[in-house]
Design a protein around this ligand. Structure first.
Ligand code: HEM
Length: 113
């Protein structure tokens, strides 16, 4: 694995850690870790696709499409939860949904071969 790919895989895993860590530590509260983690997953994931396409890595486009949809849902839950929190209308269910969907995406990443 070349150095650039290692960097982005690590950033991708840190994004997952930020989302799940935030949901576990600050139950029901949309922290900046959650929101930025969700954004980071989309950016680092797309960069990883680019790196794999450019190199000799195999890209399963169906799997990537599903992961992108789930990641967009994670980001939507996080952004809406953060927006509501700012208006004093906290919605813990959206935060938990973001965490659960992120774990589903990690399972898709590892189990879908
Ligand atoms: C919440 C969102 C996401 C989570 C939790 C997540 C999780 C993961 C995890 C745990 C891995 C490591 C799997 C392994 O190396 O065995 C991985 C790899 C990968 N993810 Fe994601 N992912 C997310 C979003 C995305 C998105 C949106 C894309 C692209 C559109 C993407 C593209 C990739 C690619 C290409 C790899 C493989 C890297 C390699 O070749 O080793 N991911 N993801």
């Amino acid at each position: 694995m070349d150095a650039l790919k290692v960097v982005f895989v690590v950033l991708h895993l840190l994004g997952l850690l930020a989302i799940v860590g935030s949901v576990v530590v600050r139950r029901g509260v949309p922290t900046p870790w959650l929101v930025w983690g969700a954004r980071a997953q989309i950016i680092t994931g797309l960069v990883l696709v680019g790196i794999n396409e450019a190199g000799d890595g195999d890209v399963n486009h169906t799997k990537i499409g599903v992961k992108l949809l789930v990641a967009l849902a994670v980001a939507a839950c996080a952004e809406i939860a953060a927006g509501r929190e700012r208006r004093g209308q906290g919605e813990p269910r959206l935060v938990h949904a973001a965490g659960a969907l992120a774990i589903i995406n990690a399972l898709i990443a590892t189990l879908w071969t």
